[in-house]
Design a protein around this ligand. Structure first.
Ligand code: ADP
Length: 531
């Protein structure tokens, strides 16, 4: 048992400052259970305390803060044994960023009633930095006032500091979040609103303590929250949905509560609610704009198709009118010359009537298209349509010595489509085919003028082909063929093919052309069909 004469405080300080004393003490001093309490001196008791303490108790020289002594906890906390650390300047082990804080008494160092408390990073023997919280006291010579040494009690607070750092970071995330975050107690008084919530709802911080959730939503919604939402949050811990935020202070913004989380203690007692919302003003605006855009698009596309249809049909109507004019003028002339028989007049009038019927038919189609809001689909026989349209154009074809040839599917298939529109497409293709022979070159004169119309049923689809051996289409023209207003004809409108493709695509099908440049063209319509 080591006996230290406690003559005076000063003596003890001086004695304790000597490294020799402390090393001797640590080496020789062993704590053995005492049966008689009197045998302990007060120093023994402190020694026992120090040896058992999980905190690092150390003494330091004022100049370089070197360790004069350290209790056994130093090994667990810093990895050094007491012997190893004695004499080491503590300043060398400070994290460079924290060293100045110590010497300059930075913000991490606090002073209260003669005791400094500081939190800083300190290097362990293995090179890792840990966070220490140190309470230190300076020991001065009572006579001279000179600084003699510094006593420190340090504990490893790394876990706490890192947790606090994580908390601070989290708090910053919540604060900076663009989502609206609010905390409320069980009484529904709002204790916190992050910046986004304050801004969106135009609520000043000073309102927090008395702000109640029922001021942020309509009465009906608050009742719903009381009846359904909160019971669910309390039971399941979480609720997701949408409740409009409508505080009086909010101007021109639209925001909703989307989630409520119940935070409970480990014992399961409700502590507070997190209420998370979102400012959906921009989203709503974008949605409205998209809707508006869609409406405009629908309107424009309808106008366009009506316009396309109208100009296409105007083009079609021009032809029977021109034919009527020709027949009437020719007949009139012959009547004036007296060179026409009654029979011929009758024939001419019949032709005129036929053309007039055609014109009326076209107008009827235009009217039905404009009237219609949707395609009127029905089952009809495609072979029949092809034959009827060819018949319709027969006179025109015959005038140019053109013959129609049919290779129609023998099963006489039914297709499900808008009959009037499909008729229009077939009519357009057949008329183009007739016209293709009018641009023939002299070398092609001997060609037999044939337009072949083919229908073919395939699994899940129906093919309709119109093939001519007319002028053909150059590669370059093929690229623009379906563009509106693309025409090579003097009086052409360039709308027929563009309208035709629109119609076929509206039926979920495809229309395309193949041409070998000068030996004719094949147009193919492919329509999807049930088998
Ligand atoms: P248009 O009524 O002006 O003829 P279309 O859209 O029907 O308009 O056709 C556009 C152009 O495509 C025509 O001007 C013509 O040059 C070309 N075309 C269409 N069909 C044929 C065809 N069977 N053979 C050759 N060229 C064709």
């Amino acid at each position: 048992m080591c006996q230290i004469p406690l003559k005076s405080k000063l003596y003890l300080h001086r004695l304790k400052r000597s490294p020799k004393y402390w090393t001797t003490l640590s080496n020789t001093h062993t704590i053995t259970p005492m049966t008689e309490r009197d045998e302990y001196t007060p120093l023994d008791r402190y020694r026992q305390l120090s040896d058992k303490s999980p905190d690092l108790i150390s003494r330091h020289a004022p100049e370089d803060f070197s360790f004069i002594d350290a209790n056994p906890a130093v090994e667990k906390i810093l990895g050094y044994t007491a012997e190893e650390i004695v004499g080491k300047p503590a300043y060398d082990l400070f994290h460079p960023d924290d060293r100045d804080s110590w010497t300059n008494r930075g913000s991490s160092v606090t002073y209260k009633e003669g005791v400094y408390t500081s939190i800083y990073r300190f290097c362990r023997k293995d090179g890792h930095y840990i966070w220490l919280e140190t309470t230190s006291r300076t020991i001065r010579d009572p006579q001279t006032g000179n600084l003699e040494e510094i006593l420190c009690v340090s504990r490893d607070v790394s876990e706490r500091v890192l947790a606090e750092e994580a908390m601070t970071r989290l708090a910053r995330v919540v604060e900076a979040s663009s989502d609206l975050v609010m905390f409320s107690g069980e009484d529904h008084l709002i204790s916190y609103l992050n910046e986004a919530a304050q801004k969106t709802m135009n609520i000043d911080k000073s309102r927090f303590p008395t702000l109640h959730l029922d001021e942020l939503v309509s009465r009906k919604n608050y009742q719903r929250m009381l009846d359904q939402v909160f019971p669910e949050v309390i039971e399941k811990g979480n609720w997701r949905g949408e409740i409009m935020l409508t505080p009086d202070s909010m101007e021109e913004r639209i925001a909703v509560i989307q989630q409520i989380i119940a935070h409970k203690s480990e014992e399961g007692d409700l502590q507070y609610f997190s209420i998370i919302g979102r400012d959906i003003t921009d989203y709503k605006k974008a949605e409205e704009e998209a809707m508006q855009h869609q409406l405009e698009m629908a309107h424009i596309s309808r106008l366009l198709s009506v316009g396309e249809m109208a100009s296409g049909l105007a083009h079609e109507i021009n032809q029977p009118l021109a034919a009527i004019l020709n027949y009437s003028r020719g007949s009139l002339r012959k009547l004036e010359d007296g060179t026409i028989s009654i029979e011929r007049i009758k024939q001419a009038l019949e032709l005129i009537a036929k053309q007039a019927v055609r014109a009326a038919d076209i107008i009827k189609r235009l009217r039905s298209f404009v009237k219609k809001t949707e395609y009127q689909r029905m089952d009809f026989r495609i072979n029949e349509v092809c034959l009827e349209i060819a018949q319709f154009l027969e006179q025109e074809a015959r005038n140019d010595d053109i013959q129609f040839q049919f290779r129609l599917d023998s099963s006489d298939p039914l297709i499900h489509a808008d009959k009037v529109q499909i008729e229009q497409v077939v009519l357009n293709l057949l008329r183009n085919a007739i016209e293709s022979y009018r641009i023939e070159t002299a070398t092609d004169q001997k060609k037999t003028k044939v337009i072949s119309v083919q229908t073919q049923r395939k699994p899940g689809q129906m093919l309709i082909q119109v093939q001519d051996r007319g002028s053909g289409i150059s590669k370059q023209q093929l690229e623009n063929l379906f563009e509106p207003f693309f025409t090579t004809k003097e009086n052409g409108l360039g709308m027929g093919l563009s309208i035709s493709r629109t119609i076929i695509e509206a039926h979920g099908g495809r229309l395309w052309a193949e041409s070998d440049d000068n030996r004719g063209t094949t147009f193919t319509i492919r329509l999807p069909q049930g088998n």
